[in-house]
Write a protein that binds this ligand. Structure first.
Ligand SMILES: NC(=O)c1ccc[n+]([C@@H]2O[C@H](COP(=O)([O-])OP(=O)(O)OC[C@H]3O[C@@H](n4cnc5c(N)ncnc54)[C@H](OP(=O)(O)O)[C@@H]3O)[C@@H](O)[C@H]2O)c1
Length: 247
């Protein structure tokens, strides 16, 4: 059975990935979609028939164990894995509850790593993995410190995994700037974003379209839009302490 697995599919870019993958890769037998809110996933059923709805909290070890058992039972061939589940909190570390900091690293780093490792034996030559990092991965960001650090982890992890799997699996780290999804609302809304980020808010469908194209081309990083490409180039040459002053 050929499948795609998409985490964070109930919303934003995960939802856009699910729809575009369904349209683009007709040969798939099923698309397995994962998030905590069942109703968010159920909503996709109106448009996509071959969905398997798997509500789960990716930070729950028991849920991951159950997913591992499901894989062992069904032995699917995972052709595309999209790791889109993620969360962000934009506050100084001293103003953030320790549990919130822990939840962020658990979801963005620990759960993502465990999930990819669990899926890897079910991928085959030609399979593709897309990990949602962020433009925040390029530079440390005061007041967004743990989120940016967690996304640097994702970027580094995805690149190293891609090197380990060279010739077998393409791994693409997707690194957009701000994208117009519910994520922005959870961070306080577009109106409260730093002024320098507002002009660069991207459309989720366009970011996802480019990410899928970059993955097909075997690219290890997908950066949407001129502004983020320029930021990436600047981050390679300007000293980090100067960039952080601007941030
Ligand atoms: N939007 C942006 O500006 C932006 C920019 C760069 C990178 N990113 C990254 O892109 C990815 C997708 O973001 P988005 O903008 O699409 O955000 P979003 O609309 O908030 O979607 C996040 C998804 O993650 C799921 N999720 C959250 N906690 C979970 C948990 N514990 N277990 C399972 N699923 C969980 C959510 O579903 P439930 O709530 O139903 O669990 C939702 O489906 C994230 O990794 C984010 O960090 C976003």
């Amino acid at each position: 059975m050929k499948i795609a697995v998409i985490t964070g599919a109930s919303s934003g870019m995960g939802k856009a990935f699910t729809k575009q993958i369904d349209e683009k890769y007709q040969e798939l037998d099923e698309i397995w979609v994962i998030a905590r809110k069942k109703e968010g996933l159920e909503g996709l059923k109106k448009e996509i028939s071959k969905l398997r709805i798997l509500p789960m909290d990716l930070t729950d070890r028991q849920a991951l164990e159950e997913f591992s058992t499901l894989l062992k039972r069904e032995k699917p061939c995972i052709q595309i894995l999209v790791e889109s589940a993620g969360m962000g909190i934009q506050k100084k570390i001293e103003d953030t509850a320790v549990d919130d900091l822990r939840r962020m690293t658990e979801l963005n780093c620990t759960a993502l790593t465990a999930f990819v490792a669990m899926c890897l034996p079910y991928c085959e030559k030609g399979s593709r993995i897309l990990c949602l990092a962020s433009g925040a991965a390029f530079v440390p960001q005061p007041s967004f410190a743990v989120y940016a650090a967690s996304k640097s982890y994702v970027l580094s992890f995805a690149r190293a995994l891609g090197a380990e799997q060279k010739g077998r699996i393409v791994v693409t780290a997707v690194c957009p700037g701000p994208v117009d999804t519910p994520f922005l609302e959870k961070m306080g809304g577009k109106e409260n974003m730093p002024f320098y980020k507002k002009p660069f808010i991207a459309d989720a469908e366009a970011v996802v379209k480019k990410a899928l194209k970059d993955s097909e081309r075997g690219r290890e990083i997908s950066v949407y839009g001129f502004a983020m490409k320029a930021l990436r180039a600047v981050c390679k040459i300007v000293p980090i302490r100067l960039l952080m002053r601007f941030m």
